[in-house]
Design a protein around this ligand. Sequence first.
Ligand SMILES: Nc1ncnc2c1ncn2[C@@H]1O[C@H](COP(=O)(O)OP(=O)(O)OP(=O)(O)O)[C@@H](O)[C@H]1O
Length: 601
Amino acid sequence: MFKALAKIKALLDPRDYTKVFVLLFLMIVTAFVQTAGIASVMPFLAVLSNPDIIDSNIWLRKAFDALKFESKDRFLYFLGTAAFVVFVSGTALQALTQWAITRYSHLQQYELSRRLMAGYLRQPYSFFLNRNSGDLAKNVLQETAQAINGGLMPAMRLASQILLAGAIVALLIAIYPVLAMIIALTLGSVYGLIYLLARTWLNKIGQDRVRANRERFTVAAEAFAGSKEIRLLGREFDYLERYRNPSKRFAKHQANSILLQNLPQYAIEAIAFGGILLVVLYLMDGDGRIETVLPLIGAYGLAGRQIIPAFQKIFSSFAQMRFNSAAVDNILADLGSQPDSIALPQRGKEPQPLIPSDRIMLRDITYHYPGSEEAALKQLSLTIQANTTVGFVGPSGAGKSTLVDLLLGLLPADKGEIHIDDQPLTEANTRNWQAAIGYVPQHIFLADQSVTSNIALGLPESQIDQAAVERAARLANLHDFVISQLSQGYDTIIGERGVRLSGGQRQRIGIARALYRDPAVIFFDEATSALDNATERAVMEAIHNLSGTKTILLVAHRLSTVKPCDCIYVLVEGVIAEQGNWNELIRREGSHFQKLASGLD
Ligand SMILES: Nc1ncnc2c1ncn2[C@@H]1O[C@H](COP(=O)(O)OP(=O)(O)OP(=O)(O)O)[C@@H](O)[C@H]1O
């Protein structure tokens, strides 16, 4: 139990701990006032059934005299009104507590999902290589709600109901100890027994719920991302089947946990009804005087009305916390310590670009992908002179994209160093290095936004420099197309993943995006493969025109793309096999480059 509470504490924003104490204070006051409401009915019923009790009962006499009442009838009205006011205050306080708990919990849900999202965004790039994006989105959007609604909320409710039930039981003990003990023990043991029996099962279905949810999100994300291929292959039914099983398991577990939470209520209601009849008979069996019995019955009736739901809520909170402990664990695992995390850049505070003026140097770089035995890069060393254009070619799987990702500061080398001029690339200056870079990847990510927003990706509209957008679009050979063929020019929305554009147009948006910041170093990773020959020639001409003023690194399959490069590196199985300019390499007999040129490698 303490472990569960410690986990729930870890879900909270530490800045909000004091609010938990305020809530606890509110709960204590509520429990006290509600119990006072129950107790306050006793003097009223005692006087109602026998007005002469005012003379014989010392407390009633004192109150009657102190408040200077003259008639017993008026005193009775006063007692009734007082009981009503205290009772209503208790109920109002209960409503206030529930409101505060609900509001606090929902704000914590927002805060938790924001913290988790920030945590993910801070993760190193290698984290995303091993995680499913559908799973991450599900954790941020849905599982945080589950952890709060099924972990934090019930824990709060548990505290408030334990306080209330405790206070009522204490009152009942003060009135009639034996009966109070019987009631507390009966309720406690019925609920306790059901909980003990269901505990392990709740754990099991809670864990499977998390698994089933992950599976159904992954299948749904795959089905929509691959809708084209799935349709062509006619695999819709297979995807539906793959979705059906986890989806059904998920629904079943949710329903079963709710059913279990409510199940004892029905049994307890029957027991309670019989119990009240027994209490009445038992009390009447004593001295049997109505003025003694009626206040007790009244107090027990009201207490029962409060205590049974309180026990029910205590039980359902325990059950809910047990069922959702796997969801809480799942969030905490990702929220936990993130030793590799990188601080997010502050808004409006662009890091100072780290621009190479002399060279970019790699020394003895080795890199293994996580879980992979074979190194993708093996003791690779090379020097790129600043403001030159270099090309990387090589057979598929040779390590070209891996080399680019290391140079981009996205993957950390296992061994070796990268130097920008004389500065080693470290965690501290990676953001500065990245601020100097423009990157066009193999697969361009496009947002379902306007052309302008895609070129200035992620920037708020007010901060977009439209002149820079157009300059970049002209360089990428995109401007004429946007102006003449898109109905709303740069404001045209291009659809999810750019579905309303051709492959070549998408790639040109990617190129314009890389050029938008007017970077000093530009990486093209197979960036022109989707362009037709004429467009590629035009784009490459524009890019090569930048050489001399910028450092340009090109990864290419089409050898013609790297022909004008100052230096071409041939990568084979993670090492630089050959290097030189086009003329040198093409003349080398039996070289890898010759094989690549003739299409044999
Ligand atoms: N995320 C990953 N996890 C494990 N291994 C990977 C991962 N990405 C790439 N690899 C492996 O690393 C090696 C180099 O891959 P890389 O993508 O760098 O090659 P490439 O030269 O760019 O190939 P291509 O020209 O086909 O794009 C390959 O053997 C590949 O299987």
